[in-house]
Design a protein around this ligand. Sequence first.
Ligand SMILES: [Zn+2]
Length: 225
Amino acid sequence: MITSAQYSSNTNGNPSVTLPQIETMVTNANHYGRQFAMAFTKGSVTYITDNAWFDLPNAAALFNMFSHTSNVGGLEVYCVNSFWDGDLGKSYRHNPPFIHQRDGIAVVANAPPHALIHEILHACGMEDISDIAPDGTELDNRLVNVVDAGSANWSGGTGTGYYPADLTHRTLVRRLLMYAAGNVNGADFPLGRVRGYGTSSSLNPTDFIPRLVSADFLLIRNPQH
Ligand SMILES: [Zn+2]
């Protein structure tokens, strides 16, 4: 898969990222991608001077920026300085994934190493998983179990599973690459779906249901914008 990067600067000439940082982002995405046999290469890199695309003030600016380029033969990745709400990465993808002018991925320069792969996996059809529902309901402290973790992710039978016996399901959710809030130590990519809440942009976000965070749903292996 080819990613085409755009990065911005403010009108004072401060770039959101450096070219070596873009190289590192792609290298990190490849480290994670090895778990599910996907590889990424950097395509063209474009540099844009625009204050509104450096510190993004709102969603309208994001869509305006995403519309800058489309049909690049891979994914458009925008590197910015900050988002209005403090997020580390954002993506937009029509569902079903028609290539649409407004589709794109954006990450902030100081995002943790897995931020780009998290957004790329959204472009592959994955959804977020959370331990807190949009209405504030929090996952309880139940221990890891086959029903919530999913049988595809389980081995060994009762009491002999792969997971430490004192691991909570909440900790498991927070270890996943698709964990919505991000976790610098979380890079798990499960074989099967895992139960959790969604986010405000998810389907049925307040339901504690199996989420599309796993290899069994990796149907789009060559995503494009
Ligand atoms: Zn996400």
